[in-house]
Write a protein that binds this ligand. Sequence first.
Ligand SMILES: NC(=O)c1ccc[n+]([C@@H]2O[C@H](COP(=O)([O-])OP(=O)(O)OC[C@H]3O[C@@H](n4cnc5c(N)ncnc54)[C@H](O)[C@@H]3O)[C@@H](O)[C@H]2O)c1
Length: 488
Amino acid sequence: MNKIAAIIGGGVIGGGWTARFLLAGWDVIVFDTDPQSERKISEVMKNARASAPYLIDGEMPAEGKLSFAKTLEEAVSQASWIQESVPERPDIKRVVYCQIQVACSKEALIGSSTSGFTPTELQEGASDPSQIVVTHPYNPVYLLPLVELVASPATSDEQIARAKEILSSISMKPVHIKGEIDAHVGDRLLEAVWREALWLINDDIATTDVIDDIMTHSFGLRWAQMGLFETYRVAGGEAGMRHFITQFGPALAWPWTKLMDVPELTDELIDKIASQSDAQSGAHSIRELEAIRDKNLISFLRSLKSHNWAAGAFLNEVDAARKASSNGLSDPDLTKPLALHKGRVMPDWIDYNGHMTEYRYGHVFSDATDAVLTAGGMDKNYLDKGYSFYTVETHIRHLGEMALGDEYTTTSQIILWDGKKLHLIHEMKNKDGDIVATGEHMLLHVDQNKGASALAHAPVSDGLAKLAKAHEALAIPDYSGRSVGVKK
Ligand SMILES: NC(=O)c1ccc[n+]([C@@H]2O[C@H](COP(=O)([O-])OP(=O)(O)OC[C@H]3O[C@@H](n4cnc5c(N)ncnc54)[C@H](O)[C@@H]3O)[C@@H](O)[C@H]2O)c1
């Protein structure tokens, strides 16, 4: 299977898919009937390149090649994945599938971004219904990992498995929804909230900014990390979910909401909503709002990563899988300092001087130390036994500047390993290979069960001994052992 994706319809969502595939290393061919689509996609790409790389701790794949086709047939003929993101009208979508199926490979899969239609509805009149599945993403597609995957009985298990594999390969989380219903799952939930919000505005109970404040300062924050059920379980107190249902269940029958009814979208109501929205957010262009949204999402998601929770836990799994498949770690070149760690300067690493802030150098060297320990054999199993290393002394020299997004690599040299003490030197280099900082560290192996330093055990004792033995042949850097002070 090649890594070529065709994007049919390059608007808000097609543009997001384009960025998602390109940044995952796929080549992308876009077809859109709008002559402005190339300009629009280049703006989406600008936002995506300024945000998506900061979700990844580790190496990004090389970006794929982007091209624009003059015809739909030209776009799809080579593709193994075709993502349809044309307007939400079944008649337009079905014509597009007919055109796609005349020109595409029989092995290709066609994902539809549809927010509401079922695969069976979309497949009507298709020459091969099995190729068409719903792959409903969330905006911005290049940052939010979830895709609702819905298939009709026409699609085989093998095709569904392939769809999951491809979506996973672009760091998305496909959730296979077994039943075909209008609006799948996510948009069903969202529409319920949307309807209620329209009533609140229609009835002059709240304005767009009040509703958004209520969401963003309260339950919106909860939903991003615990969803609905886990949040309510906690809200039930020690008695949990059962108590929560007993307490608030009767309210459902009163009911508090107007969900069975829809306000008529008269011109007057539309004007009211649009002018309130202008007053609330009109000071920013849509592109500015997108950039603000992306920055916030990156910070939320990075925070969830640090707690290894919800979407953050998923992103950590993506990092781990990528690391395991990259070949540098398994068989390092022992005739040189070890090149085990690389990364880029993250948005929350920047200080008021506009440069990488000083304590993040400690962070980078700590990651480099972990990489050495891993290469020496330390793993979860070893840590679970209560054995670990503590850093007891550090000396960092700052020799250059790093800015947002700058890529770096580290090299690490073992100066001493006596079975308990580990003396290490790391050098952090910029893209041009210049040393921007050095870190010299003394670590002690500890037995946490005894709360004391102790000799290391296999495999770490031997693994580090092997690395240290090889590094005996290396010259010790002249700055090793330097202390802070003015040269006389
Ligand atoms: N906007 C969202 O938040 C969102 C979220 C998830 C899914 N979706 C779904 O994604 C799909 C696209 O929505 P959107 O918001 O990106 O709409 P959009 O209007 O931004 O983009 C649609 C694009 O399709 C192009 N187009 C129209 N007819 C075409 C054709 N025959 N061939 C090729 N291109 C054609 C248009 O020029 C336009 O660029 C819809 O099915 C929608 O339900 C939207």
